[in-house]
Design a protein around this ligand. Sequence first.
Ligand SMILES: *Cc1c(COP(=O)(O)O)cnc(C)c1O
Length: 350
Amino acid sequence: MRGTGDASALIDLSSDTVTRPTDEMRRVMYAAPVGDEQRGEDPSVRALEEEVAELTGKEAAVFLPSGTMCNIVAFFLHCAPGDEVILHRDSHPAYSENAGPAVHSRVSLHLLDGDRGIFTAEQVVSAVQPRGHQKARSRLVSVENTNNRGGGSVWSVEEIEEVCTAAAAQGLHTHLDGARLLNAVVASGMPAARYCAGFDSIWIDLSKGLGCPIGAVLAGSVAFAAEARWAKHLFGGAMRQAGIVAAAGVYALRHHVERLADDHALARSLADRLADLPGIEIVRPPETNIVQFDVAGTELSGEEFLARAEEQGVRFSLVRGTVVRAVTHLDVAADRLPETASAVRAALAT
Ligand SMILES: *Cc1c(COP(=O)(O)O)cnc(C)c1O
């Protein structure tokens, strides 16, 4: 069990990216067969790509260094300069990728509203630009499941199918940012392939809740994957003996998926504990491993709250204003919950 034992260690709930590879994962990495992946000769990379393709019901997959690069490559392949991507304003490419869509793909973003980072087929249809010499060309719809800034919210398969069907009817390409798709799968009980069926491209992150040190996997048709391999090299993401990290991905898909349910249960318990503290309001009940809570009632600014909590040994991150985020993960054991709550209580009392 990890996250236990050292009572003085920081409880880091700022993100599920802070997980360190477990001893067993490191052993698998150590023993991984490797080759030159740029030439398609790394057996561990190939095994990971096949496993993700199978899991998501796609024909082929490509291992990339990061989730951000999956979004970059997919936008680049689906769009031409001057095109427009339709997506929620709380989606990662819109707020956390350094205007990458503009820089790499020379596209504009058409931002949609909607509770929990979720939007509807009707919104997509009304966002499509009419044809005309003054209009951007609507080209791609991008969905994020779970939605990070929406509080780890889970799209239903029906919501996704409606959006994909409407997009296809408008002649748009479709992309799924599935950084935390497996959290949605575990929370909803829906197979990953059902979530992915309507999309031209999808990806999952290995370095979030799955606990790997590096990497993400982008999947689609055989033709899309071939193009993605080409774009991977174009953007400098082609690697050599990458099997050493891909092996961690294969291991995580076998051993770290079902346990995401533990993270979700811990997030619910954490939300209950935080709700009992003065001045703290849970924004909405957590659906997966992300808890959003508002500290406005404590009369501290978001930054002040974060600094005080860290002095007491708990690290959170800021969503916006006074809304704070706690993310549960592999390296936070359930037995640290009482300590987390008392640290926050102490932070409020200082
Ligand atoms: C983390 C994240 C990304 C980027 O993934 P990296 O592997 O950190 O580059 C993209 N989309 C969402 C929803 C994320 O949470």
